[in-house]
Design a protein around this ligand. Sequence first.
Ligand code: ADP
Length: 923
Amino acid sequence: MITKRTTPKPSSGLSPALKQYFQAKETCPEAILFFQMGEFYELFFNDALKVAPLLDLVITSRQKLDDKPIPLCGVPLSTSEGYISRLVAMGYKVAVCDQVTVPGPGVSLAQREVRRIVTPGTVISAESGSPAVPRYLAALTSEKGSYALAAADISTGDVVIGQWDELPAFSAALASLEPKEIILESDAISLEHDSQAFDSQMSDSQAPDSQAPVGQAPDIQAPDIQAPISPTPVSQAPKSQKTDSLAAIKISGALITNRSPLEFEAQNAQNIIIDTYQSIPCGLSGRKLPISALGALLSYVRELTRGATLNHLAPPRVLSDRAALGLDEAAVRNLELIKNSYDGSEKASLLAQIDLTVTAMGARLLRDWLLRPLVDRSKIEARHGAVEVLSSDLLTLTELKSLLSKLPDLERSLARLTLGRGSLRDLLAARQTLDVAPKIKDLLALSPSDELKKLSNEIILAPGLQNRLKTILADDQGKDGLTIASNVSPLLDSLRDLEAGGRREIAAMEAAQRQRTGINSLKIGFNKVFGYYLEVTKTNLAAVPKDWIRKQTISGGERFITSDLKQWEEKILSAGEKREALETRIIENLKYVTAQKAPLLKNLASVLAQIDALASLASCAEKRGWVKPALSSDDLIDIKGGRHPVVESYLPAGETFVANDVTLSPKERLLVITGPNMAGKSTILRQTALIVILNQMGSFVPASSATLSIRDQVFTRVGAADDLAHGRSTFMVEMSETARILAKATPKSLIILDEVGRGTSTFDGLAIAWAVCEYLHDLGGRGVPTLFATHYHELIELARHKPLTRNYNVSVKRWGDSIVFLRKLTTGGVSRSYGIDVASLAGLPNSVVKRAREVLSDIGRQSPGLIRRKDQRLNLFTVAGLGQDGPTLLAREIAALKPEEISPLEALNILSELKRRASEVLT
Ligand code: ADP
């Protein structure tokens, strides 16, 4: 999304700094410009008007342009990162224009340069976002029905690429990355609009292109607004096939950045990739579309960082359909893998339940493992093996966790160091990691788990760098304010001695002057304006010697200097300046040396992240009593005593979770699970899917035992959430998700379908549910393992026709007038629905419940086997009449109609109203 520019054209009489401002603004018109003025970043014109209310800043004005005051607001340099991060989180781009030279004698104007542009997809500061959530920048491209993406988390160096032949799979992969910013060729503009229309996260006032001059100060006029300028020329070419299809993707909450098609051009893309990685990384060679996307992405990041080397970027990981268990957006959402569905937070998600990592890197990786479970048996076994060893050796696990918990977020520190934004804290992070890593290496070197041994071997240390960081950086950074240790540089030590000696000298001078003047309250103080001074209270002014020079009057007295004092001051300050310059040089050099080792450190961080993720799975297995699943080559899902990991831990006090067995095999393909609402059907469905996913991410599972074959995809059709924002009714959503499942599922998938057909009338719904079951039962000649939960108890008839169908129910027991949920999955279907009992439990008034029972028994008497009746029309009328009071209300109304007097349109309206009411009665 392009921030429309509102800066006026400079006319005459501009101050030199403002001239520089306009020059800087021209290089990045789409961004909000933070312009350094000494100790502040200042924002001018509409940038100021727009940003001030967002960041709670005060608008002022110092200068005029064409007789109008120039609106201005500012933030201190020292706290600027927080402000920049907040703006970026709101979806804005921010350009930072720094003073690159210091004004000195004869040079009144500092040179300024835009040295970086921060965008939602490239922000790297420590203040930005949760460390456990990646921040991807993605570039998309497509050609002839094939779609590719490249995505990078610049703040950690993680890079992924992928190519798909189908839009839904591509779109699911993109959604799973939750990109913060998306790069498109500039003619793919329609995506921008679509995504904004679908964008639910950004309110109007936050939307970066909202140009309303919010919070405008009354006495300051907004400058004229110019036409928007895009960062790269927008192609005038007619919209291509490619852009139309990309436009079909819905992306919520991502900033869209349009780039020239040149950036995507094959040769350019290849060049910049080689420049970054020294060669075309494996997985990319010969793949035109991913190369084009990655090239566009790299060139954008280069431009924003003004040419940083980016050598912290890891070689791209290839995402593809076959490399991971397929989990589409609906599955991730319905199964609440990373967010719950009631408030969208991470609470009570599967991830929150299993994430016992102790490092930010491990947390990010575990999330990735959960969203992309494995399909390769040996890799799954390797993780299972590591989890088994660690969870059964608590001593090692505890020690390992205590070491891991000392690890800082090296990935993000490295990103800052390589992009020239590193701080002392990032160097300390590298030092800390290099100190802890050998201990982890040793601890796992002799592990009985091959995987852990392998990871131990992959911990490659950098003793040279470690030594350097250790010797140069002072051990205790907080103490004495020393950053650099003693004995690192003789020159530094002697400058420090000089400063300390000077300060001692000044203290001695204070004592001597007190003695000389007899003023006991005499103090020597220091400030930035006057340097060192002697301070005397009013009452003692008479005792001040003649050789003191008066400098300043303050409320309680006067300040003086002496030539001696100034001589020492000179010595101390010049030693101090030199020391600071030398320290900066040493630290900068250390940053450079550390950044040079980025590939090695990046690798180290990735190995440590894997160890942390495995340790987390082990803790989870151990703490929650999960078991190691047996991997089967037969087409089997056999779970004994399975539990839902989240429902289990959120049960109200006093309730215990009832474990259930589920078996799906070549002979039992389709389980039709009936039972009243609230019986626990969904829970069984979901826990089966979660157990399959946990198994394939390498985790143990919540069951007493499980034998599982590797699945290729997990599909879900759960609940009936309206997608009104996208203009689709519940039923439409339900059917399109079902359609997609039928099209994509294979006999190696697992499908859970909850109440399919609910969104329409009973007859339609039941008919559809029946047909869907038949289809899945027969698919590929083997059928797809499917759990089908339904309150259409008529579906139990299916087992008569389709041999791989098994009927189950989640049992309830009558208890006097009420029912008790047993939560137990038992064989056989239920032939009644208990809907009224559940309504009664939910607190419907007794009279209503009683009446409902009468109605129900009436319907039963009048229309046994309602569904199988051929003449449904007749049925509707008798049902509606409840069989008690002669002609029904509906029948009376229809009899009163006068077709000859009503228009065709009215007739149609009456017909749909009748249909609506009849459906209400029946569902
Ligand atoms: P249904 O799909 O049949 O309407 P749910 O699966 O949504 O029912 O379960 C309803 C509630 O019952 C859950 O929120 C949970 O509190 C409880 N519940 C479900 N299954 C179990 C179980 N196996 N053990 C204990 N409580 C359960």
